[in-house]
Design a protein around this ligand. Structure first.
Ligand SMILES: Cc1ncc(COP(=O)(O)O)c(C=O)c1O
Length: 385
């Protein structure tokens, strides 16, 4: 048999999804793959039941049902303050995952350089391989996860075609300040690069931090490709609804890539999800308060145990220092597998997010109800080196 493709031969499976499988096998509490264990807003599930009876059940317009695109445009205009044309500036995708892939395929030629901050969300590595991009990694230095402007400019100087910006950021929990975004914008304009943003945690932000949409900064609307999703905002990670917002010229290209990748997102789910996009401001306020509560419960418990961890400004992850628990020669991956088996809590080894050689973190998420968080904390007390 001839060998399968070289390009995909370098893939490992996703460590995040692998840890979920190991967690399920061991019946552990899964704090590895980031999804909530609570229900979506009732308006969404009720509307879904209605749509199941009434339809639609066939293909929608490939770039997204008209009413869904209009609802996305209204909601994103409201929060970002920038006008968005639902007919020319939005493509609906199967989650932000497909949005990122379609954006990368639309922008990048094989061999083009793309700047990625490290630590980074695991999928960006695969996006780079599939699109043929050569990543240039720029460190976000713990514990504040700041970048060195000189190092960033040097990366642009190497001729980067695009930068990937995850804001709020997974796994670091960093929320980029307006000043940092202004600097990124200045460099993107000066070196004529696109910025592909991943803003799936836009509404999961802890006081006093604020989310700034990069596309709203002067000169950035035409070079920003915003990838976003309903997964985290409405607790519907399984519905696989995301979207790209960009200029009509870029969207024209993304539409074509998206059409051949997936044809379209699920028509009944788009129809039902409009009810979520129409929720009032109070919904987003309560969502942020709910996450602030979960963060307080979980990080309060970790602090009480004397663990060292990063303090997220947004999203729902903490990077916990595992050095006190590592056995001689143990990798963070082996540690995480041991932790699932011995303690019954699943985490993601930190090394899967860093370009640098890092063996001192595990990532835990806290999108869980109180009882599960308290039980996970109880179990973590049993951690031994
Ligand atoms: C930063 C980031 N982007 C994208 C995704 C996936 O989003 P979606 O469910 O919309 O594909 C995740 C999921 O954990 C994420 O953390």
């Amino acid at each position: 048999m001839k060998p399968l493709s070289n390009r995909t031969g370098t893939f490992s499976d996703s460590v995040i999804r692998r840890m979920t499988r190991i967690s399920d096998e061991c019946g552990a509490i899964n704090l590895s793959q980031g999804f909530p264990d609570f229900d979506p807003p009732q308006v969404l599930t009720e509307r879904l039941a209605q749509v199941a009876k009434e339809g639609p059940h066939q293909y929608a317009v490939t770039w997204g049902a008209q009413n869904f695109r209009e609802a996305v445009a209204r909601k994103q205009e409201h929060f970002s303050g920038m006008p968005i044309n639902p007919n020319e500036e939005i493509v609906v995708t199967c989650g932000s995952t497909e949005a990122m892939m379609a954006a990368m395929m639309s922008v990048v030629n094989p061999g083009d350089k793309v700047i990625v901050f490290s630590p980074f969300y695991e999928n960006y590595g695969a996006d780079a391989i599939l699109s043929g991009a050569e990543p240039i990694y720029v460190p976000l230095v713990p514990p504040e996860f700041q970048f060195d402007p000189e190092v960033l400019e040097e990366a642009f100087r190497q001729g980067a075609k695009a930068l990937i910006l995850c804001n709020p950021s997974n796994p670091s929990g960093k929320v980029f300040t307006r000043e940092e975004l202004q600097l990124i914008a200045e460099l993107a304009i000066r070196y004529d690069a696109y910025v592909i943003t991943d803003e799936v945690y836009e509404h999961i932000i802890y006081e006093p931090n604020r989310h700034t949409y990069l596309a709203t900064l002067p000169g950035m609307r035409e070079r920003t490709i915003m990838c976003n999703s309903l997964s985290k905002t409405y607790s519907i990670t399984g519905w696989r609804l995301g979207y790209v917002i960009a200029s009509p010229e870029i969207i024209d290209r993304v539409r074509k890539v998206h059409d051949f990748l997936t044809v379209g997102a699920a028509a009944p789910l788009m129809e039902a999800a409009v009810a979520g996009l129409e929720l009032p401001d109070s919904y987003y306020k309560e969502l942020a308060e709910h996450y602030a509560h979960m963060k307080e419960v979980f990080t309060g418990g970790l602090r009480h145990m004397g663990m060292e961890f990063t303090n997220p400004q947004g999203a729902y992850f903490v990077l916990v220092n595992i050095e006190p628990y590592l056995r001689a020669g143990e990798s963070d991956y082996d540690f995480c597998v041991r932790m699932v088996q011995e303690v019954g809590v699943a985490a993601v080894p930190g090394s899967s997010f860093f370009r640098e050689d890092v063996n001192c973190y595990m990532r835990l998420h806290f999108a869980k109800c109180d009882a599960v968080l308290y039980e996970a904390l109880n179990r973590l007390e049993g951690l031994k080196g």
